[in-house]
Design a binder for this molecule. Sequence first.
Ligand SMILES: Cc1ncc(COP(=O)(O)O)c(C=O)c1O
Length: 314
Amino acid sequence: MEGEEDYKFNTPLFKVPTSSFTKNGFRLYVKFEGLNPTGTQKDRIARLHVSAAKKQGYYGITAGTCGNYGASIAYYAKLYGLKAKIFVPFDFHPTRLEKYASSNVEIVRVKGYYEEAVAKSIEFAEKNGFYDANAGSKNSQLDYEGYKTISWEIVEKLGNTPDLVIVPVGNGTTIYGIYAGFLELRNNGMIDRVPSMIGVAPADANPIVASYLSKSNEYHDLAPEKIKITEENEPLANYKSLDGKKAFEAIRASRGFAISVENEDMKFGTSFLKSKIGIDALPASASAVAALWKVPHEIIHNKIIVSLITGSQK
Ligand SMILES: Cc1ncc(COP(=O)(O)O)c(C=O)c1O
């Protein structure tokens, strides 16, 4: 695409009124990724992968997905004229992906969870010479590069470094990329400290949060048969987070923590954001705001907090 080298994502940072918290005295912002082309942060990495695939002469690109990443890959594959083969768990609800269906895109339903969809996609890439855009693949450095831009935009818009950055975690790729972005800014002398990174997901459906809450010193996978997937938590549901080790390290090294949320918290976060700033947030991502009701007040008092939020599938 023309002008590609100059392209910049640039989503808004909205200030959220905190007067409805019983104890306020902190500043809350949401980095609203709902204004990206398909409404999530995944656009930042899908664009890089599709562009790399095109430059490297690939005919097609493939990924396993809950639906949101697949929507981004489908969108950019059409834009760049590549074929996309997207693998999705059979029982998931990939409404966003279906919106970006085109003659360039084939959606394959897979028995099992996200991890099985990824396994099918990797197998397909190897057999058919498609570009592998899966998290944890040999191309995954582009994921971290794509997500680093979120940190740069936060610092640029805030004119400051936040104290806490709250991110919904699935594979942990996003939280790790954002952390890497802040580290890079600090190492270049642009900021003087790295914010504490806070990971949010249901502990019974995400090993990063489960590992942290079990007080383990390291990341551990969950047993597949133990995870509890719901329509709301699908984007965060993993038994093996493909960037789990990196995400766990980002949380620990930044003196952050992890918070478990339930479906009800996600729905509450969505209605809170709608009523306070009028945005339509995806419930899984709204957990990054709902989580604030679950932390002791001293942790957030006087802090500048940024929550990463994506758009609903509407
Ligand atoms: C809307 C949304 N938020 C957060 C995540 C979690 O991102 P990651 O897998 O990079 O941790 C996902 C993953 O699919 C997502 O779709």
